[in-house]
Write a new protein. Structure first.
Length: 223
């Protein structure tokens, strides 16, 4: 399957959000960062806003919850119709039970790992998830620089996914550009969140195509 490009609307113009959603209509999904100013030091969207984005977006929603107590709140985003709901391992009381609940509602279930979170505790649980998000920056703000030191974790996940044959997408989020997408693709990512590099481009459609084509040329080169 071709690599997936999911632009993050954290880098969009919030005053003209519907317009900017139209600018990324050729992307695979729209990445929606929900932050509560507790789990991360930033505040963005809540369920009402995500519901409206769901109403007007031409492409499915990839919701990334950077919030406390996702066991309580994540199912509500699945009920809004989000295609994918990703919660943080560091915040969830029971990641497996939560993932199963999200799947039962009809959403893809994703688990996210901060840069400093070890991956080994989750390798044996991979079949319980549809996506693992490896944060390549500290979560909370857009426009940060890509952390290459997270790549061994990504490569470990890629090896585990391939060994089990599980249908699990490996996503990276943070500092993804034409240059860093090569590194992430070579280490096993197949799904890429790009914010500033897409929305600051003069031609967003061309930029999405460039990122997708660049990733496709380097997918799994290291294996």
């Amino acid at each position: 399957m071709p690599p997936r490009i999911n632009p993050s609307i954290l880098a969009a113009d919030f005053v003209n959000l519907e317009r900017d959603l139209g600018r990324i209509a050729t992307a695979d999904l729209v990445h929606v960062d929900v932050m509560d100013n507790h789990f991360v030091p930033n505040l963005t969207f809540g369920p009402q806003m995500v519901g409206r984005i769901q109403d007007v977006s031409a492409i499915p929603l990839d919701v990334h919850l950077m919030i406390d107590d996702p066991d309580r709140w994540a199912p509500g985003y699945a009920e809004l119709g989000a295609y994918s709901v990703t919660f943080h391992a560091e915040a969830a009381a029971d990641p497996v039970r939560l993932a199963r609940r999200l799947r039962a509602i009809g959403a893809r279930a994703g688990i996210a790992l901060k840069p400093g979170t070890p991956v080994d505790d989750y390798v044996d649980l991979l079949p319980e998830f549809d996506q693992v998000l490896v944060m390549t920056v500290e979560p909370g703000f857009g426009g940060q620089s890509f952390m290459a030191e997270t790549m061994p974790k990504l490569a470990r996940l890629r090896s585990a996914v391939d060994a089990t044959g599980a249908d699990v997408w490996l996503q990276v989020d943070g500092g993804i550009t034409e240059e860093t997408i090569v590194i992430a693709a070579e280490n096993g990512a197949d799904t890429f969140v790009a914010g500033s590099s897409v929305f600051r481009a003069e031609n967003t459609e061309r930029q999405i195509a460039l990122l997708r084509d660049t990733a496709a040329q380097h997918l799994h080169v290291s294996r």
